[in-house]
Design a protein around this ligand. Structure first.
Ligand code: GUN
Length: 290
């Protein structure tokens, strides 16, 4: 293996320490405890795991955690009413509605009902527009975490060739926008891209967020590239095992022979997402309370 393995777990622990210090300062100087409300609708097992660990880490940094669990047959209006209540609650500085929502709900409508100042996911149309136009905004947590890792590894990103694989509103599009704001030359590729390998061969930076297990192979990469793997995919269990292994969108074994640096799965981008959520909540609280 030639690539350096980027330790997202350690980097995220460092961010959480800084968040905890800032929370303590807010309590001391302004008498305010930053609060994060997380809303989970339904019983999706993966979402339940995420929500539980968000709650635990929120409390660990000294913030208040408010969890709201609704049955999946709740009406859209009831959810919108809850969001409005949280918008008006001075103890709540950040609101996250866990996605995906059940099929009978309009996710965009729900997200756009969140007060943009409390939209710690950065998904509200106002925050998306602000990011697009280079204005101060709440930045979606996963792309923000990826950018921190890239800046730490590469320093100034200006002029670098970046390829983002995936065009989702949660990761691909905001990631591309952040890299553009850093003055990278950015290409967004996706499942219908004709010759992904031709794009990757030029890429100094690769961010893979396509949701296909081990899709990107080492010999597709430019030697020395910095590879950020956002994918979390569970493989079929091996014989005798109950659960399959977790892998990313990049074939780690072959990619780490060619890349200059690479994030592992697990332990790369995943921990950064929650750390950035906590950081966004403190930012939201500071904007309101100084
Ligand atoms: N579901 C998967 N990732 C996310 C995320 O970052 N935020 C929310 N709200 N839901 C998600």
């Amino acid at each position: 293996m030639s690539a350096d393995v980027i330790d997202g777990k350690a980097f995220a622990a460092n961010i959480r320490e800084k968040v905890a210090a800032e929370v303590a300062r807010m309590k001391e100087t302004a008498g305010v405890t930053p609060g994060l409300a997380v809303v989970l609708v339904g019983e999706d097992p993966a979402s339940q795991v995420y929500v539980r660990s968000k709650g635990r880490m929120t409390r660990e940094v000294g913030m208040e955690s408010f969890e709201h669990r609704l049955n999946d047959d709740v009406s859209e209006q009831e959810l919108l009413d809850l969001v409005e209540t949280l918008n008006a609650d001075p103890k709540v500085h950040g609101i996250l509605v866990q996605l995906p929502l059940p099929g009978h709900m309009d996710s965009e409508k729900v997200i756009n009902t969140i007060d943009p100042r409390k939209d710690v996911d950065g998904f509200h149309i106002q925050n998306a527009g602000r990011l697009m136009t280079g204005q101060k905004s709440m930045v979606p947590c996963t792309p923000l975490g990826c950018l921190m890792l890239l800046r730490d590894r590469l320093g100034d990103l200006a002029g670098l060739e970046a390829v983002v694989i995936g065009r989702s509103n949660i990761v691909g599009k905001p990631m591309a926008q952040l890299l553009l704001n850093e003055r990278c030359t950015v290409t967004i590729t996706h499942s219908k891209t004709k010759d992904l390998q031709a794009h990757l061969k030029r890429a100094d930076i690769v961010v893979a967020a396509v949701g296909r297990a081990e899709m990107v192979k080492g010999d597709w990469l430019k030697p020395g590239a910095c590879v950020i793997d956002v994918g979390i995919n569970r493989l079929e269990p091996e014989p005798g095992k109950e659960k399959g292994r977790l892998v990313g969108d990049v074939d780690f074994a072959s990619a780490s022979e060619v890349a200059g640096a690479i994030t592992p799965v697990p332990g790369g981008v995943g921990p950064m997402t929650i750390a950035c959520l906590l950081a966004n909540t403190v930012t939201a609280c500071c904007r309101e309370n100084g």
